[in-house]
Design a binder for this molecule. Structure first.
Ligand code: C5P
Length: 292
């Protein structure tokens, strides 16, 4: 196989909880993650020159070790007993950048999945996730995909029952939020509200969409600095336009609203897009082992 193209799905946090700071400077998290149909496209081509090369459709993105997709290829060949024959990676970006949707991690995970298929099909999903861990905290989940509980730094993954049918409108305001800066605003001991993660897992298990919608919650919203208050404006707009539940995803600033029908989501996305060009409509994507 000399060339392969894969979808690299973005993610939503149905819940995001911070349990405490770890001695290594990271935080212990507990999050319910969900893949969505908004995806980048990653192509891997064998070049036979022994090098890793990367291009992307977004001129402002780095094409070297500053890009998680590049680092994923490096980590893959460092971890497996296969010499790099030379690979050219191309990332077609569609997931907004610096958005809280794990776009960069999704690209890295797609590189790992593609290289596994090309050069090491015997690797298990667990082994591939372990390679992903070295690239970034969200990469193991992006290798795993679907509906999952992510704990520890994000690398301890448990498959959950797929979310009942629903649709998301994703709206990214025109500013980035730095993930380390936002983690710096959190004192886990002072958080007074936490998501009901067990209740979320049970609602998923029962196929209870209302139970899921009621429990969507991200603790970062409680510590969001005033300069990012546009996030709450978008949440209100989504609710006014018919969203059943809204939340910021990851460390933001993307806000999502959930809908129980595709038409309502599509209409809302169209309305919001007039004001926020980076507004998307997405379906939930349920992936199992076959994802590899
Ligand atoms: O692992 P990754 O490089 O994606 O993490 C980016 C930043 O997010 C880290 O430098 C850290 O500030 C923060 N982080 C954290 N705890 C986690 C994951 C990320 O504090 N579990």
């Amino acid at each position: 196989m000399k060339e392969i193209t894969l979808d690299a799905y973005g993610k939503l946090n149905l819940t995001l909880d911070i349990l405490g700071r770890r001695p290594d400077g990271y935080h212990d998290l507990r999050m319910v993650m969900q893949s969505v149909s908004l995806c980048d496209r990653v192509t891997i081509r064998e070049t036979e020159n022994g090098q890793i090369a990367l291009r992307t459709s977004a001129s402002y993105l780095p094409c070297d070790r500053g890009n998680l997709a590049y680092r994923a290829a490096e980590a893959f060949f460092a971890a497996v007993d296969v010499a790099n024959p030379g690979v050219a990676l191309y990332v077609e970006k569609r997931i907004p950048v610096c958005a809280g949707m794990a776009g960069g991690s999704a690209d890295a995970a797609a590189v790992l999945r593609g290289l596994r298929r090309m050069y090491a099909p015997q690797l298990s999903v667990e082994e591939l996730c372990r390679i992903g861990e070295r690239v970034g905290s969200d990469v193991p989940y992006c290798v795993f995909g679907g509906t999952a509980l992510a704990e520890g730094r994000g690398e301890i993954l448990t498959r959950l029952a797929p979310i009942p049918e629903c649709w998301a409108v994703l709206c990214k305001p025109d500013f980035p939020i730095s993930t380390p800066e936002l983690f710096g605003c959190v004192d886990a001991k002072k958080l007074t509200s936490h998501p009901d993660t067990p209740g979320m897992c049970e609602s998923l298990e029962r196929g209870d969409l209302n139970g899921v919608l009621r429990r969507v919650y991200n603790v970062f919203e409680a510590v969001l600095p005033e300069k990012y208050s546009e996030v709450f404006v978008i949440k209100d707009k989504l609710l006014d336009l018919g969203a059943l539940s809204t939340c910021m995803t990851g460390s933001g600033p993307t806000v999502f609203g959930l809908f129980d029908n595709a038409a309502g989501a599509a209409q809302t996305a169209e309305r919001l897009r007039r004001e926020y060009p980076q507004t998307f409509c997405a379906a939930m994507v349920n992936l199992g082992e076959q994802f590899l």
